[in-house]
Design a protein around this ligand. Structure first.
Ligand code: C2O
Ligand code: CU
Ligand code: CU
Length: 464
């Protein structure tokens, strides 16, 4: 790996590492053991903020980028009094939560005009998995702009996984990855059509709004990282110098057993929880983002891609006792065989003769329409959805409301609940899902949010 030498790069690093800053948490009223109330005010607004040591005129939730962490437990009632302080319409989506896609719950069809408010209200099912979820705006044709300007926050559900003693004893950090494309004054730049088709990326990469913060770890101690890729398009290929990750949870909660990984690819919208062990010589170690080529529109790509330092692991002190990772985490249900198999062909079609226009991003040849149902499914049914990507770019596909399991070559599925799956250029991926508990219309789309805004989204209606 050329240019990836720790000592050399540390020497050329400028200044001291920024000290890790925890994200503010909004817990609302102390929840009871079950059925507590989490109530909070949330406002989206454009304002000047300190991001990565400089000024930036971003879109923020409650004045923060990323937004405050909402924390809840299964069975809790959630009430979010949302105010749109932007000068454009917006809304909220609760990415990964298994809650109704209708009414004032996780309804991405809603539109809140500037200056207006809406109270979102829903109950987390009592059997909702513990995990790392998030909230972000989801207004079609505005999602990429609003999310890439800062609107994203974590929604943590605490439960079973958090109760495992070895996991609970690890120091926990929530890490939100975002990238920004700012001009010299700190104002977000508008991407051109080519950048939108590629999926906009910014060269300012931040973790919790900081540039390369220091994450403390004790020698022989363990830290638990909750990682969220809240970038609208950028992929992160994460690696920690001389350390491995032990993944304990994916998008939709716990894995059955910890999975040791040398590196971790996190595509837009995706989350992972990992344990890192302080097993090396006390020193500093970089958490880096390795190059990843997610394909292009033909004229992009190629060239040398940089290795970015996203954070620095800093050894501080020694743990009183070292804890071994548990052998088991939480069982992941095996879904029954599917009642139906559907195919979704992802398309990037250059409209012939589209003067000055751009490209259509399609699913089964169609661009998104909010007033059309593309797929109708039965409540309670299990289906396999196969995403076919014959094109030249990777598309991370996401389904609302119900998580899924990736189907293996042998036809089995899992063992992990996910809600975003990478469908690489020229490949196909099959996922198995069960449309459970809630009827109504929900969305599925590419989580490169520019692609979603350009039409790569469909509507699934779940009917009795
Ligand atoms: Cu995180 Cu429909 O999206
Ligand atoms: Cu979502
Ligand atoms: Cu895409």
């Amino acid at each position: 790996m050329p240019g990836w030498n720790r000592r050399r790069l540390l020497k050329t690093a400028l200044g001291l590492p920024v000290v890790f800053r925890g994200l503010p948490r909004l817990r609302g009223a102390e929840p009871g053991p079950i059925g507590g109330l989490v109530e909070l005010d949330l406002e989206a607004k454009q304002q000047w903020l300190d991001v990565a040591g400089g000024n930036a005129y971003l879109y923020a939730f409650n004045g923060q980028v990323p937004g405050p962490i909402v924390e809840a437990r299964p069975g809790d009632r959630i009430r979010i009094r949302f105010r749109n302080g932007l000068s454009e319409p917006t809304n909220l989506h609760y990415h990964g939560l298994h809650i109704p896609p209708t009414g004032n719950a996780d309804n991405s069809f809603l539109m809140i005009p500037p200056g207006e408010s809406l109270t979102y209200e829903f109950t987390l099912p009592a059997n909702h998995p513990a995990g790392t979820f998030w909230y972000h705006p989801h207004l079609h044709q505005s999602a990429a702009r609003q999310v890439s300007r800062g609107l994203a926050g974590l929604f943590l559900v605490r439960g079973e996984l958090d109760a495992i003693p070895e996991i609970a004893s690890a120091q926990e950090y929530s890490l939100v990855l975002q990238d920004f494309d700012l001009d010299s004054r700190g104002v977000p730049r508008e991407p051109n059509m080519m950048q939108r088709m590629q999926g906009r990326e910014g060269d300012l990469i931040t973790m919790n709004g900081l540039s390369s913060p220091a994450i403390p770890i004790r020698k022989d101690g363990q830290i638990r990282l909750r990682l969220l890729n809240a970038s609208s398009s950028r992929f992160y290929r994460l690696r920690i110098e001389e350390h491995t990750f032990h993944q304990i949870a994916s998008d939709g909660g716990a894995l059955p057993v910890p999975l040791e990984l040398a590196e971790l690819l996190l595509v837009p919208g995706e989350r992972a929880e990992v344990i890192v062990e302080g097993s090396r010589a006390p020193d500093t170690y970089r958490l880096v983002n390795l190059p990843y080529n997610r394909g292009g529109m033909g004229m992009m790509g190629g060239g040398r891609l940089p290795v970015d330092t996203l954070a620095t692991l800093v050894y501080e002190g020694k743990a009183e006792q070292s804890v071994r990772l548990p052998e088991r985490l939480a069982p992941v249900e095996t879904l029954p065989p599917p009642a139906a198999v559907r195919t979704f062909v992802l398309g990037q079609g250059m409209g012939m003769g589209m003067m000055g226009g751009g490209m259509n991003f399609t699913i089964n040849g169609r661009t998104f329409r909010a007033d059309r149902v593309d797929t109708r499914v039965r409540l309670g049914s299990v289906e396999d959805w196969e995403f076919v990507n014959p094109a030249t770019m990777d598309h991370p596909m996401h389904i609302h409301t119900n998580p899924f399991q990736v189907v293996n070559r042998d036809g089995s599925a899992g063992p992990a609940w996910k809600d975003v799956v990478l469908v690489r250029a020229g490949s196909r991926v099959r996922v198995r899902t069960r449309f459970q508990d809630f009827t109504g219309k929900a969305m599925y789309h590419c989580h490169i949010l520019d692609h979603e805004d350009l039409g790569m989204m469909g509507v699934v209606e779940i009917v009795e």
